[in-house]
Design a protein around this ligand. Structure first.
Ligand code: FES
Length: 104
């Protein structure tokens, strides 16, 4: 079982689980604002953006497209937690800003 480290917590999850769901099920959130204001995992709002250390699949064209819309940028290296499947141990960081886009 892979382990996700986020906000000082270590969460074990099933392989191939979506990262956003893993965090929410653990009582954590990849959103800085209310989850109710998100797209609930459709990959359109961009508010679940996080930094990921560890092996994950490359972003799909849909994820890349959303991360190309400001305030995000593809160059930031952030990923959408709702689009990422957990297949290995990951360390996840959420940055500031409504979209988690303040990486500095
Ligand atoms: S929850 Fe909206 S893009 Fe991930």
């Amino acid at each position: 079982m892979p382990t996700v480290t986020f906000d000082g917590e270590r969460i074990e999850c099933e392989s191939d689980a979506r990262l956003r769901r893993v965090l929410l099920d653990a009582g954590l959130s990849p959103h800085n604002g209310p989850t109710a204001l998100s797209c609930h995992g459709l990959g359109t709002c961009g508010t679940c953006a996080v930094e990921i250390e560890g092996d994950v699949a490359d972003p799909t064209p849909r994820e890349r497209a959303r991360l190309g819309v400001p305030p995000h940028s593809v160059e930031s290296g952030l990923r959408l937690a709702c689009r990422v499947r957990v297949t290995d141990d990951l360390r996840v960081t959420k940055y500031g800003g409504f979209w988690g886009h303040h990486t500095e």
